[in-house]
Design a protein around this ligand. Structure first.
Ligand SMILES: *Cc1c(COP(=O)(O)O)cnc(C)c1O
Length: 385
């Protein structure tokens, strides 16, 4: 069957994947080799040196391209290495619009590294398109979207923003880490570039750090390959292999992440100690209609605020959890809990943090694929403490 005829749940397994040419191995082997033999100078089988190209990495790049309905994929040593490469498309004097509610590491990369190279950043509330419009000027060359955002689960209307902002010379990039291509395909909504921290759902087992880019434009892909080859931020073949293995069950895992999140949201909403639950699948969520329009389901990430909105109450809850682990990161098979105010968003000044809603009583959950009844039992006992 032609790849174009396959559904997403088959593409996770077969998209861009061929049995290994030299041995027939069904899984692309871990080509743990830095260099490849040449018959004559410059004459080889497509691989010369693993910074430039490696067969295991190439298989992963074809997989992510297939999942994001893209022509090109590029694999990096981490999500931030991929984001770094996109920013290196810019020149001094260029400007970027990004969301106020941005992944902390991306915010740090923008403001503490790229601002040194005379690139200016405008942080706006992207769920309000007028704010984006007001920040537009002829020096804007990149619009950086995250949707859903972390930890408030706000959504950006990707298609409306692309329609409004896309002009020649202005790129729209979407960090699709939280939704994954299983729930949301930004290129189909008009974005130019999709970026992933594959460390999270794509890898899916909390056992690697890796970044991915997918895009359609050939010249832009060549520029990004050139940046990667020049800067060297590649992933190793072992991590490429593990990510490929993770991707094969992405659709199954995402389905369970979403189902479990729905059950847990229903439990939390009824609980007397909880003030508010943030999850895009709630009809009361301010961006619910956007979620229904651009996502096929609502994801496994949620946040909630305790009625006793204090650090003490949050810490007591978190240290009482027995099955759910208190840890950074997300998107793995195991459920994790986090305290944004002191963990992922600790570097954001208090006033900014409160403006976005990240108070001391806010808890973030990455819902895993355990039996939801066990997760609810754990939450119930920790809330009773
Ligand atoms: C984790 C994460 C990143 C950074 O990825 P690394 O693989 O840790 O470098 C970027 N964006 C989002 C939304 C993330 O969750």
């Amino acid at each position: 069957m032609k790849e174009q005829e396959l559904h997403f749940n088959s593409l996770t397994i077969h998209g861009g994947q061929e049995p290994d040419e030299s041995t027939g191995a069904v899984m692309t082997p871990i080509y743990q080799s830095s260099t490849f033999i040449q018959e004559a100078p410059g004459s080889h089988k497509g691989y010369a040196y693993s910074r430039s190209k490696n067969p295991t990495r190439s298989a992963l790049e074809k997989s992510i391209a297939s999942l994001e309905a893209a022509n090109h994929g590029i694999a990096f040593g981490s999500g931030l290495a991929a984001i770094d490469a996109v920013l290196k498309l810019l020149k001094p004097g260029d400007e970027v619009i990004a969301s106020t509610d941005l992944y902390g590491g991306t915010y740090r990369l923008f403001t503490s590294i790229f601002s040194k190279y005379d690139i200016a950043f405008h942080f706006v509330d992207m769920s309000n398109l007028r704010e984006v419009q007001n920040a537009m000027n002829p020096r804007i060359k990149l619009i950086w979207i995250e949707s859903p955002t972390n930890p408030m689960m706000a959504l950006v209307d990707i298609k409306a923003l692309c329609d409004m902002a896309q002009k020649p010379g202005v790129l729209v990039a979407v960090d699709n880490t939280f939704a994954t291509p299983c729930l949301q395909q930004p290129l189909k909504l008009g974005a130019d570039i999709v970026v992933h921290s594959a460390t999270k759902y794509l890898g899916g087992h909390s056992d690697l750090v890796l970044g991915l880019i997918a895009l359609n434009d050939k010249e832009l892909a060549e520029d990004l390959y050139a940046i990667q080859n020049a800067s060297g931020a590649i992933c190793g073949p072992m991590d490429a292999f593990l990510t490929l293995r993770g991707i094969k069950t992405l659709h199954l895992r995402m389905q369970r992440h979403c189902e479990n999140a729905r059950e847990i949201v229903a439990f939390l909403q009824e609980h007397s100690k909880i003030e508010k639950v943030y999850w895009p699948g709630l009809a009361a969520h301010p961006n619910y209609e956007i979620a229904r329009k651009q996502m096929s389901d609502f994801g496994g990430m949620l946040s909630f605020r305790l009625k006793e909105n204090s650090r003490e109450a949050a810490f007591k809850f978190l240290s009482s959890l027995k099955l759910i682990s208190l840890a950074e990161s997300l998107g793995g098979v195991e459920s994790l809990a986090g305290h944004p105010a002191t963990m992922t968003h600790a570097s954001i000044p208090l006033e900014e943090r409160l403006k976005v809603g990240i108070s001391d009583g806010l808890i973030r959950l990455s819902i895993g694929i355990e039996d939801h009844r066990d997760l609810i039992t754990d939450l119930k006992q920790a809330l009773a403490e």
